[in-house]
Write a protein that binds this ligand. Structure first.
Ligand SMILES: *[C@@H]1O[C@H](CO)[C@@H](O)[C@H](O)[C@H]1NC(C)=O
Ligand SMILES: *[C@@H]1O[C@H](CO)[C@@H](O)[C@H](O)[C@H]1NC(C)=O
Ligand SMILES: *[C@@H]1O[C@H](CO)[C@@H](O)[C@H](O)[C@H]1NC(C)=O
Ligand SMILES: *[C@@H]1O[C@H](CO)[C@@H](O)[C@H](O)[C@H]1NC(C)=O
Ligand SMILES: *[C@@H]1O[C@H](CO)[C@@H](O)[C@H](O)[C@H]1NC(C)=O
Ligand SMILES: *[C@@H]1O[C@H](CO)[C@@H](O)[C@H](O)[C@H]1NC(C)=O
Ligand SMILES: *[C@@H]1O[C@H](CO)[C@@H](O)[C@H](O)[C@H]1NC(C)=O
Ligand SMILES: *[C@@H]1O[C@H](CO)[C@@H](O)[C@H](O)[C@H]1NC(C)=O
Ligand SMILES: *[C@@H]1O[C@H](CO)[C@@H](O)[C@H](O)[C@H]1NC(C)=O
Ligand SMILES: *[C@@H]1O[C@H](CO)[C@@H](O)[C@H](O)[C@H]1NC(C)=O
Length: 779
């Protein structure tokens, strides 16, 4: 009754407005784009209905009482526009739908129960009521790119930017109210990698934090108990009646806008998350970087790179040369395109190490055929594969970007007279040879040239550089061969035992290297299969050649009489097993996911990227060590072959550890990298659930972890696996699915580690694992 009265009053007082100001919309009502009808809120501020979009119309909510008619919400924003003859109905059966003249009816509000009425509220919220006036659906629960005063962005909700000013499909950027209490902006493509570009710095403020906008233009965060944690902007000093909205714009910047009829009668920006339009990373595609030109962002290509599409520079850049470093070794040499002052926000370096000069960094990259680009900054050298991502200019100008490019060998007959240091470095690196050899080689190259003298002074210069390069390479790269006595001294006669594994006992030791002392882990290998010294040294070299940040680095070895010892970098934080099963501090979910990814990357390198494929054969939490930066590193790789000389054929006895070994071990089938994938899968479950793969003092159905996981997955109850943790179900399920694929009975059904990484990163879809598999028949 009250509603009806208001309806009449507002109608009477606004004779000029042909639109009914109806608070209550009854079933049977409809709207059509053709007669330009919409449902207004009581005060006339907001309208719900069709608005022109593209070649047709969309259904949405907009500010009706200002000239700009700004849209704040759109239904099904990623769908194509409706044609002019479509009709919107609040049907007599209580459903809010659009019926085009052709094709399927489109649901605007997905509710289980029939709505008894609807209303466009003055807050900007469009709601559906049930028969007892309870709200059963509201547009505020499905925000698009904007919030208005009194609307809140609750935990796990996100705003997605538009594609562009004229296209309201969901675009490249989002702002997310996270479960950890932080409000963070990401490029959509990089959420899974955690590459944000702005945040409210409220990480850890607790679960249930929401973003709010009050009527006076204050953006603030409130926690679940109603406590105001922080305000995002300063309170706006308003004059006259002002309206506000907060929008993540197509350019990726989150802005608070005000609109006052007093001033320009237009929106003006009160606050923005960033003043630099290059801040939103992801604006420019792969291998390109963002520069500001007259305040506007422009995507540019590094030297020797070209736009993928000249018309769409934001799509990124590609190499303007062909290069296959791993196959073309003999007839190709490499140079670098070098650019100073670019930064790439991507920690996807597969290797990083301390390198005292840029020259060492270059030569390491040339030496490693997987290296396509290197970043050198303050004695740190990062080696990467293309594409590089999220580039921009960096005013500190500290980083040197080195992009490996192909060149021709300046041999006889090419007519090139220029001596290139890069060639020398290449041959140095390729041959891994001594300085003497190199100088000879350099001189040998020069002998082809008529005017040796012309180059003499330059040669001397190069000799000097090479000597220092060679020294550094030796320090950064070479494996050291120790005598038994040396290691006995280093470990104080094997006094400090720090671990015992399948292959022997590990001791702490201290060795001196060039600059000073270094703590190391010395593994005294037992049970070595009789084998010649040359084979042993070759094996050591193969292990020594592996460089990856997720592998424990082998520094040296000892082959002395019957003694075999291996010297590794020391990991003071112990093993993953300690962290998972012994430590009182539980690693949080994000940390655990990161560890899983670290291990996957290391394993992928062993399987697919290093020179000789290495099957680990004993993947388990005891063999994963944690470094002081929290990276997980795989230990003990490459030893299975040393101790079991038939790796390339079939293993004759079971290696590895009970609980982690793949079924093929029991069936005398050939062992491939997929055996590691299986063990990885088992370990993944342990990391997710923070418990061992087999435990006795739990209910019987939970004792064998992989069975329990399988049962929970089948019953759609994965959350049972991680009691007391707030984890988005979809993320958990995704990780579990990867583990279920890895632990397939049939080796060929298991994914490669490369695929595992893509699945974990969220770049590929994961099909549901078959629901009748190994677990029922495992030994
Ligand atoms: C617009 O057209 C629809 C469908 O024909 C009709 O139900 C509605 O009353 C019309 N509205 C106005 C304001 O004419
Ligand atoms: C908006 O952009 C999306 C994706 O970029 C495209 O598929 C769609 O056709 C565009 N829509 C309009 C109306 O321009
Ligand atoms: C109407 O919705 C409210 C809130 O959602 C709910 O509590 C109530 O039980 C519903 N009433 C009916 C008749 O469905
Ligand atoms: C909200 O913040 C207050 C003050 O810091 C704190 O006492 C309260 O426990 C917090 N509530 C939640 C749910 O974190
Ligand atoms: C939090 O801030 C809002 C907006 O300024 C205000 O209305 C509310 O009273 C504040 N709440 C508390 C508990 O201070
Ligand atoms: C316009 O702004 C001035 C101050 O800037 C204020 O005194 C005046 O009341 C405002 N007028 C209206 C209509 O809001
Ligand atoms: C409002 O401002 C925008 C730019 O900020 C401009 O493009 C638009 O034309 C203005 N609209 C009116 C009605 O002044
Ligand atoms: C590469 O760049 C050169 C000039 O810089 C140009 O002539 C050539 O067409 C480019 N090649 C490709 C494949 O774009
Ligand atoms: C190698 O690259 C440098 C710049 O990075 C350039 O000066 C030099 O000419 C290049 N050498 C050849 C042979 O292309
Ligand atoms: C370079 O790195 C060292 C140690 O990592 C640090 O102490 C130093 O401040 C850095 N120098 C610059 C210029 O960033």
């Amino acid at each position: 009754m009250a509603f009806l009265l208001l309806f009449l009053l507002s109608f009477v007082f606004n004779p000029a407005n042909a639109q009914p100001r109806s608070s209550t919309i009854e079933p049977g009502s409809s709207l059509s784009p053709n007669n330009n009808s919409y449902w207004l809120s009581e005060s006339g501020q907001f309208a719900f209905g069709f608005y022109p979009y593209g070649n047709g119309y969309s259904v949405g909510i907009w500010f009706e009482n200002i000239p700009q008619k700004t849209v704040v919400w759109t239904a099904n924003r990623d769908d194509p526009p409706f044609t002019g003859d479509a009709m919107l109905h609040l049907s007599t059966r209580g459903r809010l739908v659009v019926r085009p003249t052709q094709g399927q009816e489109v649901l605007i509000a997905g509710v289980a129960n029939a709505a008894s009425s609807a209303s466009m509220l003055d807050s900007g919220n469009f709601v559906l009521f049930n028969s007892s006036s309870g709200i059963i659906w509201q547009s505020f629960d499905f925000p698009t790119d904007t919030i208005v005063p009194s609307q809140r962005l609750v935990v796990n909700n996100k705003l997605f930017s538009d594609v562009s000013k004229t296209n309201h499909s969901s675009g490249k950027f989002l702002i997310s109210m996270q479960g950890d209490g932080n409000l963070v902006q990401y490029p959509v493509e990089a959420v899974a990698f955690g590459f944000g570009y702005w945040n409210s710095k409220t990480n850890g403020a607790g679960y249930g934090v929401s973003l709010n906008l009050d009527n006076d233009g204050l953006l603030y965060l409130q926690n679940a108990t109603g406590f105001n944690i922080t305000s995002i902007n300063n309170r706006v000093a308003a004059s006259g009646k002002t309206i506000y909205r907060a929008t993540i714009d197509a350019d990726g910047i989150f802005r608070l806008y005000s609109h006052s009829s007093n001033q320009s009668d237009n929106w003006s920006t009160e606050w923005s998350s960033s003043d630099n339009k290059c801040d939103p990373i992801g604006l420019c595609g792969e291998n390109s970087y963002c520069v500001l030109m007259e305040g506007e962002p422009v995507c540019q290509c590094p030297l020797r790179f070209v736009y993928i599409d000249e018309e769409h520079k934001e799509l990124g850049c590609r190499k303007n040369y062909s290069l296959d470093a791993c196959t073309g070794r003999n007839d190709q040499t490499f140079n670098f395109s070098e650019q100073i002052g670019l930064s790439w926000k991507d920690n996807n370096a597969y290797n990083d190490f301390i390198s005292s000069t840029e020259i060492t960094c270059r030569s390491e990259c040339i030496r490693d055929c997987n290296c396509e680009a290197a970043l050198y900054n303050n004695q740190s050298c990062k080696m990467l594969k293309l594409p590089l991502r999220f580039g921009r200019t960096d005013i500190s100008r500290q980083t040197v970007t080195l992009l490996k490019i192909g060149g021709e060998l300046a041999g006889p007959g090419t007519g090139k007279r220029k001596l290139r240091i890069d060639i020398l470095i290449t041959s140095l690196a390729l041959a891994c040879s001594t300085l003497a050899f190199l100088v000879l080689a350099a001189i040998g190259v020069l002998k082809y040239r008529s005017s040796v003298r012309e180059y003499r002074s330059r040669v001397q210069e190069y000799e000097r550089i090479l000597r220092s390069v060679n020294n550094r390479i030796a320090k950064d790269v070479a494996l050291k061969s120790f005598t038994f006595e040396e290691l006995k001294d280093a470990t104080n006669n094997f006094a400090d035992e720090i671990g015992k594994g399948a292959y022997g006992t590990v001791f702490r030791g201290v060795i001196s290297d060039g600059d000073g002392e270094r703590t190391v882990a010395v593994k005294r290998v037992e049970k070595v299969v009789a084998e010649g010294e040359r084979d042993f040294r070759n094996e050591m070299k193969a292990i020594g050649k592996t460089h990856h940040k997720n592998l424990v680095r082998l520094l040296g070895y000892c082959y002395d009489g019957t003694d075999r010892l291996l010297v590794y970098e020391y990991m003071k934080n112990g093993s993953l097993a300690d962290f998972l099963f012994k430590s009182k501090l539980k690693i949080n979910w994000e940390g655990r996911v990161e560890i899983v990814l670290n291990i996957a990357r290391g394993l992928c390198y062993l399987h697919e990227e290093c020179e000789t494929q290495i099957i680990h054969c004993d993947i388990k939490p005891e063999n994963i060590l944690m470094d002081d930066k929290g990276y997980a590193k795989i230990a003990d790789f490459g030893l299975a072959k040393l101790l079991m000389p038939y790796q390339s054929k079939t293993y004759t006895g079971i290696r590895g550890t009970r609980g982690y070994v793949a079924p093929e071990w029991h069936r005398n089938l050939p062992i491939t990298v997929k055996a590691d994938v299986y063990s990885f899968g088992i370990m993944l479950f342990e990391i997710v659930c923070c418990r061992r793969s087999v435990e006795a003092d739990v209910p019987e159905n939970e004792q064998v972890l992989v069975h329990w996981v399988y049962d929970c997955f089948k019953a759609n109850e994965v959350e049972k696996l991680v009691r007391n943790e707030e984890i988005t179900n979809s993320k958990l399920e995704r990780t579990i699915k990867v583990g279920l694929w890895c632990t397939q009975d049939e080796a060929s059904s298991r994914p490669s580690m490369k695929k595992v990484i893509l699945m974990l990163e969220g770049t590929v879809n994961i099909p549901d694992p078959p629901l009748l598999s190994s677990f029922l028949t495992s030994p």
